[in-house]
Design a protein around this ligand. Structure first.
Ligand code: FAD
Length: 532
């Protein structure tokens, strides 16, 4: 059985080969006592910058574990861990017709998990395969021609395909390592298995997504692109069939509905069919961009180091009086700001980066929480209307051609014009007073938040930083209600999944949710959970 040793540190410039030496010395061992040695986690401790330390967790095995355990004094960093076993999946057979709508992380991981049990499903995706989608998205960024079926939100791989591919989550879930292993199996960089903050990058993620598709096809999953779920048929509160592209009807017993948070027409269809949904709080704001070297200096005390990745940050501020929070979100070191619209006449910002994170800029969303009291009425889609209103305002204010409104960060704070407005957002930006394209309470909480962030990260407020807006698609504006068995509380056989269903936020948590839904389907078809 392996031992885990946490909190081993190296200074910058020291080689990882020293780690084994450190273990040998710490426990008075001989080198050949150790029969296996591996780094299982790599992190960074920059609290005493510029004395940045690399922090490791290592795993090792010994020839004589019994003697070691009997003679070792207590060491709080040392843990004797059980043997890691790969999950075992028993074969399940079912005559049920299963359809998965959406090929984002939730849909893809639901499919991968069903395949482990020997089940198959038809996968439908409203957008195009990733290779074609990349061209459509590039045309939008170059020329401002938006394809409403193939864009940053819609198409193979889902919203995260054009992203930083961060895989962090606050969730504690036994399937996290399963997701990481699967991603590595399909071509993600193997270091995600050990990184404290794993990320893939948009370039590598595109390859992973198409490798998963090819694997699923080999497992008997037909993958149909340019097929949009446009309606559902229900009899006695049970799903019986689905409609595709407004015409084709297809019998369906179990539907994994994983449409992402931007499928507004799908939400409208669900409302027409009286599927139980409720409003959900989310956050809106802007993207901030700084020179990456400036962020490195603040976080590491140095502009760069070959052993350090481009620095990131996570900031939060709570306004006790209003109860609102401002926080950084989806921070992309060495990345670019992207145009993420999926609807005509609206501007939406987001961020992405490649595997190497080698753009000279760092960007992050800076957003403020909004909720029921900010929406007009009780309709479950009121949050969608709220998003749309500010996306359109941004579009019109910046010239109506998908350029985004942008402003120097210092000008946004005090109204005094100075510094440049410089954004990586394409097809371009127009200098605008950002308070014109945000609700007043969002602008004012953002200003207070940014001043607070400066206290945490000296230099954050600088004339070198630009804000670009509007960031509205931070998470789903509603939740599709489901029970413990993962089925919709109003339609049996309907399994809402992932971010669009309001049960996840981010690539990892959407993938985990897809797995949970697939496991629930297996339990149901296997007769362990009632399907009535
Ligand atoms: P999605 O990924 O949105 O997938 C939904 C899919 O369903 C889409 O492919 C869509 O075309 C399809 N679809 C929609 N409606 C229908 C329909 N009616 N019929 C058929 N198909 C349909 N998260 C992170 O954790 N890390 C990051 O670094 C990160 N960066 C991001 C950068 C950008 C630019 C964006 C836009 C998002 C980013 N996110 C990031 C968020 C992350 O992408 C999402 O949380 C995640 O993709 C949600 O997964 P999902 O499967 O629930 O939905």
């Amino acid at each position: 059985m392996p031992f885990l040793l946490r909190n081993l540190t190296l200074l910058l410039g020291e080689s990882e080969e020293l780690l084994l030496e450190k273990v040998v010395t710490r426990f008075s061992l001989q080198r050949n006592d150790i029969t296996h040695f591996a780094v299982v986690r790599r992190g960074i401790d920059a609290r005493k910058k510029p004395q940045v330390k690399l922090v490791y967790t290592v795993e090792f095995r010994l020839a004589d574990e019994e003697r070691f355990r009997a003679t070792q004094r207590v060491d709080s960093d040392l843990e004797y861990v059980g043997e890691k076993r790969a999950p075992v999946f028993s074969r399940v057979s079912s005559g049920k017709r299963i359809v998965i709508a959406g090929t984002g992380p939730a849909g893809l991981f639901a499919a991968l998990r069903l395949a482990e049990y020997g089940l198959t499903a038809t996968i439908i995706e409203r957008g195009k395969p990733v290779e074609e989608r990349v061209k459509d998205v590039q045309a939008f960024w170059d020329k401002g021609c938006l394809d409403m079926a193939s864009n940053v939100q819609f198409g193979e791989g889902g919203a995260g395909t054009f992203s930083d591919g961060k895989l962090t989550t606050r969730l504690k879930d036994a399937n996290i390592s399963y997701v990481l292993m699967k991603l590595a199996q399909f071509g993600a960089p193997p270091e995600i298995l050990a990184a404290a903050k794993p990320h893939i990058g948009t370039d590598r993620l595109r390859q992973v997504v198409s490798a998963i598709r090819r694997h699923l096809e080999l497992q008997g999953f037909p993958v149909r692109f340019s097929r949009q779920l446009t309606d559902i048929r229900i009899a006695d509160d049970r799903l019986t069939a689905i409609e595709i592209n407004g015409c084709d009807e297809c019998l369906c017993d179990l539907l994994v509905l994983a449409p992402g948070h931007s499928a507004r027409d799908t939400y409208e269809m669900l409302r027409r069919r009286s599927v139980a949904m409720e409003q959900k709080p989310f956050a809106v704001g802007v993207r901030v961009e700084h020179p990456q070297e400036l962020i490195n200096r603040i976080q590491y005390g140095m502009a760069s180091h070959p052993q350090l990745p481009p620095a990131d940050y996570a900031l939060a501020y709570n306004d006790a009086l209003s109860g609102r929070s401002a926080y950084s979100f989806c921070m992309c070191p060495g990345g670019v700001v992207v145009a993420g619209a999926s609807e005509e006449g609206g501007v939406v910002t987001n961020g992405m980066s490649g595997y190497l994170r080698n753009s000279p800029f760092a960007n992050s969303a800076l957003v403020v929480t909004v909720g029921r009291n900010d929406f007009a009425g009780d309709d479950p889609l009121a949050g969608v209307e709220f998003q749309r209103r500010w996306e359109r305002k941004a579009f019109q204010t910046a010239g109506g051609d998908y350029r985004a409104p942008a402003q120097n960060l210092m000008t946004f704070l005090d109204g005094k014009r100075r510094g440049k407005v410089s954004s990586t957002y394409r097809p371009g930006v127009r200098e605008v007073d950002l308070s014109l394209v945000l609700p007043e309470y969002v602008s004012s909480t953002l200003r207070d938040g940014i001043r607070h962030f400066e206290r945490k990260m000296r230099g954050f407020i600088t004339a070198e930083a630009t804000l670009t807006g509007v960031e509205t698609r931070t998470s789903a504006p509603l939740r599709i209600l489901r029970g413990e068995d993962m089925q919709s509380t109003s339609v049996r056989g309907l399994y809402p999944a992932g971010e669009g269903a309001g049960h996840a936020g981010g690539i990892m948590s959407a993938a985990l949710d897809g797995i949970r839904v697939a496991d629930a389907i297996v339990q149901a078809v296997d007769g362990r959970w009632s399907m009535v």
